[in-house]
Write a protein that binds this ligand. Structure first.
Ligand code: GLV
Length: 325
């Protein structure tokens, strides 16, 4: 079995994979360019990919032996899953193990934006800290404020649990209503407009799909409070970035903290970089040593199961096996 792994993995994951198959690991820090990926996929039975690798129908057609794509991420919008299913290729992802780590970071961004932590650091380093002043870098209270969650999957729910410690009122919008979580976590279900209108903090926890692309746009931003802060740890294209820039510049909303942008990395001439009221992190919400190792182990298990012709333990399209060539 031949496998191409598109980036170096934590050693325990490689130790699992390497004895089982003939694996090549791409050693660069940057993703393999498209032509390299196409060439490596040509003879591959399995691919272990990151979210930076675009796995589309054209690539699958150039990879006649491919039977499993194991993505080392919970999100899988980089993969054309219907195309994979049609071709009998199972797709794995890494849900669960990154939930708490990602929610920790989303809450860290929320706190940092509310209390202007990053601006404060810049202020200090620039020598602008002249005295303790009553009006220096005033921010917003988190304790007791209203948090609006867009998406109540695992990470959204973990965010809600953190908000309870801050005695926040938590509203959520999700196409799937979760009355069990409403009762357990004291959440209130609301339509998207209500979440946008009433929240002091809006945090995005939905996958990127055609329905969520640019869900946050000029019209939806205009519904938010002028004092509101937007947090995005999901996927960049859920937010219309040009509209967000205009909203932050013009005071339509007060601030934003983004771990994900469109594109990634964000262009260095993107006007968002000029704004003090926008925190920009380099897509690191799940980046703890322990969690990244767990993700890689899970991706290894998914890969190996797929190579054996089994449904991977975490598979987004188990029905693909029925279409196996
Ligand atoms: C990271 O963004 C992931 O989807 O795991």
């Amino acid at each position: 079995m031949q496998v191409f792994i598109t980036r170096r993995l934590p050693q325990p994951a490689l130790d699992k994979i390497l004895p089982e198959c003939d694996a090549e690991v791409w050693q660069d820090e940057l993703p393999p360019p498209r032509d390299v990926l196409l060439e490596k996929a040509r003879d591959a039975d399995g691919l272990l990919t990151l979210l930076t690798d675009k796995i589309d129908a054209a690539l699958m057609d150039a990879a006649p032996r491919l039977r499993v794509v194991s993505n080392c991420a919970v999100g899988f919008d980089n993969i054309d899953v219907p195309a994979a299913t049609q071709r009998g290729i199972v797709v794995g992802n890494t849900p669960g193990v990154l939930t708490e780590t990602t929610a920790d970071f989303a809450f860290a961004l929320l706190l940092a934006a509310a209390r202007r932590v990053v601006e404060g650091d810049r202020f200090t380093r620039a020598g602008r800290w002249k005295t303790w002043g009553l009006t220096v870098l005033l921010g917003q209270d988190v304790y007791g404020a209203t948090l609006g969650l867009i998406g109540l999957g695992r990470i959204g729910a973990a965010m809600a649990r953190r908000a309870r410690g801050f005695e926040m009122r938590v509203l959520y919008y999700d196409p799937v209503r979760r009355e069990d979580l409403e009762n357990a976590l004291g959440l209130t279900y609301a339509d998207l407009d209500t979440v946008l209108r009433e929240s002091d903090f809006v945090s995005i926890h939905t996958p990127l799909t055609p329905a969520t692309r640019h869900l946050i746009n000029a019209a939806t931003l205009a519904k938010m409070k002028r004092t509101a802060i937007l947090v995005n740890t999901a996927r960049g294209p859920i937010v219309d970035q040009a509209a967000l820039y205009a909203a932050l510049r013009d005071g339509v909303i007060a601030g934003a903290a983004l771990d994900v942008t469109d594109p990634e990395p964000i262009a260095l001439n993107d006007p968002l970089l000029t704004l003090e009221n926008c925190i920009l992190a380099p897509h690191i919400a799940s980046a703890s040593i322990a969690t990244r190792t767990k993700m890689a182990m899970m991706a290894a298990d998914n890969l190996l199961a797929g190579l054996r012709g089994e449904i991977p333990p975490n598979c987004v399209n188990p029905e693909a096996l029925r279409n196996r060539r």
